[in-house]
Unconditional design. Structure first.
Length: 122
């Protein structure tokens, strides 16, 4: 039986708007990891993101305001309601959209039990 981690899983993507922003992205990743987020890295492409169960989205909003040259994109999947929320912070602005989970949002979920949130696959 899967371990109950929480009721929502958030996957966070941090990208820089300029080619020289790699240092800023690394600093943002370090800040989130220190706050309890887990870094995920694709072993083939090296593409990476952050994940946390029951994440504090306000922390992401504050990071977006402090870093106007970066884009923060969160996908939060609720196991209880099958709703997915998309949050984007860019240049201090913040956009949110909620919809029912579907393949159309560009990520796929493998579920083992409706009471548990399982990992979203890239």
């Amino acid at each position: 039986m899967p371990e109950d981690h929480g009721t929502t899983l958030t996957r966070l993507f941090v990208t820089a708007t300029q080619w020289f922003g790699r240092t800023s992205v690394n600093e943002a990743f370090a800040e989130f990891v220190q706050a309890g987020w887990e870094e995920r890295r694709d072993p083939v492409t090296g593409f990476r993101c952050l994940e946390q169960f029951d994440a504090d989205i306000d922390m992401v909003r504050r990071a977006a305001k402090r870093n106007p040259g970066m884009m923060f994109t969160c996908y939060t999947l609720s196991c209880e309601t099958d709703r997915m929320m998309l949050n984007i912070g860019f240049g201090g602005a913040w956009l949110s959209k909620t919809r029912l989970f579907s393949d159309a949002v560009g990520v796929y979920a493998a579920r083992t039990d409706h009471r548990y949130v399982s990992t979203i696959e890239l």
